[in-house]
Design a protein around this ligand. Structure first.
Ligand SMILES: O=C(O)CCC(=O)C(=O)O
Ligand SMILES: [Fe+2]
Length: 392
């Protein structure tokens, strides 16, 4: 397999959290995973109030996890939150079939199963957004340089990438790489998660020529994915209280052991901005191919606009959002260079943005024309001028 070394399959465990500089140098920049022990998030309210000690007589059912959910408390506090429950035995294209329901309804069934095999997995719940005054966790300082949530929460206000996951024993998340090829961090509150992580560069072993990926790594059609067995991977069990850092572009599958609760964020910053750009670019190319028949019926700029509309539907964002995210964050840094406290050197970050802008212009000759015809020139010029003032 291309370019893989044994080193790549090591996952560092930090009993004591690394310093930000260590984390940047050893994980964010080289795009390598790690696990951080429970001291990292011990002070969270979720780690105190959401869980109770596991009853030893039922140890076999809860599979050695120290804690289990405090179902009654969770239902009382958050029963009204609406969420999507995945049925883990029902495949829906690349994901699982999902049903919308209040947390209270999910919780009743979850409590009934209480650590026994179950099919229901409440995923991607925007719990912090639903209960903004409830500080059940705080973003750990290593993860605070997060452009995705900074932009969405301050500027767009209609969405965020901060989630809570509640699952029964044997529930799982199929093989995938994260949205916009962002990083994720996932902190386990109770239960155990088995992660299988695949270093990037071996996608051809688990994606076919139409880009369909393996769905469940425990059940792979070897006639469709003939070389899947050759894929190099890391298997790791994340216990109660531990936090996993998932790098950009690493495919992963997650299987829950016992009743599990986790909090996670997707996040982007200067270190993985190029991965995000590349993923947007790839989606963009797919959109372009999908409607290439229309190309002759309109002007190049009209065609570009049509592709942008499709990109928005297909991927949930477009070039406007990508440019605005960079401009928003850079404007913030120009005003308050020391916020967030933990971030790479500002000039280094500006270099990363420069690289992306350069690549973007190289890939798309009509980019500036597109900005001009979509009222984005002021945003672009402001971004450039804020970058310059940060560098001075
Ligand atoms: O916990 C899960 O089931 C999935 C989490 C995940 O995919 C992530 O944090 O990126
Ligand atoms: Fe993920």
């Amino acid at each position: 397999m291309a370019g893989s070394t044994d080193d790549e399959l090591d996952i560092h465990y930090y009993e004591i959290p690394p310093t930000y500089d260590e984390f940047l140098k050893n994980h964010l920049i080289p795009n390598k995973p790690c696990i951080i022990g429970p001291s990292f998030t011990r002070s969270w309210k979720a780690n105190k109030e959401w869980i109770v000690t596991n009853d030893n007589s039922k140890e076999n059912l809860q599979h050695q996890s120290k804690y289990k959910p405090n179902y009654t408390h969770l239902r009382q506090q958050y029963g009204t939150a609406q969420g999507q429950v995945a049925r883990c035995n029902k495949r829906h294209f690349t994901d699982q079939e999902r049903t919308e329901m209040p947390f209270a309804d999910f919780c009743a069934k979850w409590q009934e199963d209480d650590g026994q095999p179950s099919l229901d997995y409440l995923k991607d719940l925007h719990l912090q957004k639903a209960f903004p005054d409830d500080r059940f966790y705080t973003v750990p300082d290593l993860f605070e340089d997060d452009w995705l949530n900074e932009y969405w929460l301050q500027q767009k206000g209609d969405d965020d990438y901060r989630f809570a996951y509640f699952g029964g024993h044997t529930t799982f998340t199929p093989l995938h790489a994260d949205v916009y090829r962002s990083y994720s961090w996932s902190s386990n509150i109770c239960g155990i998660k088995k992660w299988t992580l695949f270093p990037p560069g071996q996608e051809s072993l688990y994606q076919d020529k139409f880009n369909n990926a393996v769905y469940d790594i425990r059940d792979v059609d070897s006639t469709q994915f003939t070389k899947f067995d050759q894929a190099r991977k890391i298997e790791v069990y994340q216990k109660d209280g531990e936090t996993v850092f998932v790098p950009s572009n690493w495919f992963h599958q997650v299987e829950n052991i016992g009743a599990t609760i986790s909090i996670n964020h997707n996040w982007i910053n200067a270190s993985n901005l190029m991965f995000t750009y590349a993923s947007l670019r790839k989606d963009w190319n797919d959109c372009k191919h999908a409607i290439e028949d229309l190309q002759d019926t309109m002007s190049p700029m009209e065609f570009l606009q049509e592709c942008q509309k499709l990109l928005m539907v297909h991927s949930g964002w477009d070039w406007r959002i990508f440019l605005n995210m960079m401009a928003h964050v850079v404007a913030n840094r120009a005003k308050q260079p020391d916020v967030p406290v933990n971030q790479p050197d500002l000039a280094w970050q500006m270099d990363r943005i420069d690289e992306v802008l350069k690549q973007w212009k190289e890939d798309e000759h009509r980019l500036i024309e597109y900005f001009e015809s979509n009222d984005l020139m002021t945003v672009y010029t402001q971004l450039r001028s804020d970058m310059n003032s940060i560098r001075q």
